[in-house]
Design a protein around this ligand. Structure first.
Ligand code: GUN
Ligand code: FE
Length: 477
């Protein structure tokens, strides 16, 4: 039985996104977090941790004995937990295994056999436990997961997220056509019944949807029949509190397939775009997370903006399985809300920091195509990884930054500090693991953050909290 949650006061430097292109640096700052994990007070400039605690306790009516104080070491900083807006928990064993495949052959060769095999509960437990632990260790406090077609193991993913303390959207995958006979829904009705069963289960284990919530998940248009998508659209209308996730316009052969399967005459769509197919079935909403969005047309992107649907940018996956370079600046300029997705295992990395780095690099490839304006800055990719992602998953009031009323979903980041002898300060040579980002001490805070984005990894993620609960800690923290 876990100890009852206590009130906490965190003190040190905090860094978070103020806007898309601006980070805010808050030093000598204390944040009081109540036992429910909510930030209830933020106090700046007390001078040191003891004075900050002394100021906050009487104001909050908290007794010192009831409060845990967590102080960041010099040079460390609290940063909002990352939001992974698109990943397949069920594909985690395949990270790095994609050869030279592209989307449609990758699905058939690598993905469907693995996903189907997770109807074995022991295997699903092992895979899901590991993906949760791995993503938490990289600072992912919230993940929009696809599980599989199998209801029992999808529900198990929700149980395991709850137990580990990771915030998550959990999608039972719907697919009733163009998928192998060994891995698909038998009919639209069966898919809808299985979806409802999974929703009911997830709501029963976390009634207020405090940590995990079900997510309607038509895999993508090619693997869903018209009647299934119509049924999911109706369910989305019946349950306006539930998010929706799917894939869009990732690969050119996929798009050709969508044109073939869903001509406007069959759906009543206004035109033959991929987005219009989802729109015709009531699935293009302001709760919809569209992964990839690589090859969108102008009018199609405008339709996405008008509907308020969100985009999960997956630069690791789009590069690995050679889908293309999504034009994120172009989407942002249209007012489309964007976040980052690892898309494991189309993407090979569990790290949203890696996704941020690759978002910066892919935007430079778009820029090299002639549009200098396409480049994304360090500030912008970190916005996508946190505040942008929070809005993509519909949790912008709860997470993504530091403000009274928001939840403490936070990571503590530490970068190495090299001493005069070239070792790492205060630590025997060779033992300090955060020397991977070598900070000399003269860097400005924006430069330190840039070094983290371009060279950092899970060694720099010292501690991770979700709703105030410590859910990950490195040995050398
Ligand atoms: N399109 C349909 N299914 C998938 C999937 O599992 N991964 C990716 N990247 N694209 C998809
Ligand atoms: Fe995907």
């Amino acid at each position: 039985m876990a100890a009852p949650a206590k009130n906490k006061i965190f003190w040190g430097s905090l860094v978070h996104s103020k806007t898309l292109d601006e980070l805010e640096y808050l030093h000598d700052t204390a944040v009081a977090v109540d036992a429910a994990g909510k930030m209830v007070a933020i106090e700046q400039g007390a001078g040191d941790v003891a004075k900050a605690v002394e100021t906050l306790l009487p104001r909050l009516g908290w007794a010192e004995a009831d409060v845990d104080v967590v102080k960041a070491k010099d040079g460390q900083f609290f940063f909002p937990g990352f939001i992974d807006t698109h990943l397949h928990a069920s594909q985690y064993p395949n990270v790095g295994i994609f050869g030279n495949s592209t989307l449609l052959d990758w699905l058939n060769t690598y993905t469907f056999p693995l996903e189907a095999s997770l109807s074995d509960p022991a295997k699903a437990r092992k895979v899901y436990n590991r993906v949760i632990r791995k993503t938490l260790s990289h600072g992912t406090t919230c993940a929009a997961y696809y599980a599989t077609v199998d209801v029992a193991s999808t529900n198990l993913l929700a149980d395991l997220c709850l137990a580990a303390g990771q915030r998550a959207l959990i999608g039972r995958v719907c697919m009733d056509q163009l998928s192998p006979a060994y891995y698909r829904d038998e009919s639209p009705a069966a898919a809808l019944a299985a979806t409802r069963a999974s929703i009911a289960y997830i709501e029963s284990v976390d009634p207020g949807m405090k940590l995990v919530r079900p997510c309607l998940t038509p895999r993508f248009a090619p693997s869903c029949s018209g009647p299934l998508m119509r049924g999911l659209g109706a369910l989305a209308a019946e349950r306006p509190d539930l998010p929706i996730q799917t894939h869009i316009s990732e690969n050119k052969n996929e798009i050709a397939l969508v044109h073939e399967l869903f001509p406007p005459s069959s759906t009543g769509a206004a035109d033959d775009s991929y987005a219009s197919v989802y729109d015709a079935f009531g699935l293009l909403t302001d709760r919809t997370i569209l992964a990839h969005a690589v090859h969108l047309g102008e009018a199609e992107a405008d339709l996405i903006a008008t509907r308020g649907a969100k985009v999960s940018h997956c630069p690791c996956s789009n590069s690995a399985i050679t889908s293309g370079a999504a034009r994120i600046r172009w989407l942002l300029d249209k007012g489309v809300c964007c976040g980052l997705g690892t898309d494991m295992s189309g993407g090979y990395s569990p790290s949203v920091l890696e996704a941020a780095r690759l978002a910066a690099l892919v935007s430079r490839h778009v820029a090299m195509g002639g549009d200098e304006h396409a480049k994304l800055t360090v500030e912008e990719v970190l916005f996508l990884a946190t505040k942008g992602g929070a809005e993509v998953v519909g949790l912008q009031r709860e997470v993504g930054g530091f403000a009274v009323g928001m939840d403490w979903d936070v990571q503590l980041v530490g970068l190495g500090t090299v001493d005069a002898e070239g070792g790492v300060e205060g630590v025997a040579e060779g033992t300090e693991e955060d020397g991977n980002v070598d900070v000399f001490g003269w860097e400005s805070w924006p430069d330190r953050v840039a070094k983290w984005v371009y060279n950092g990894d899970d060694r720099n993620t010292k501690k991770v909290w979700v709703r105030g609960r410590l859910v990950h800690e490195r040995i050398h923290s």
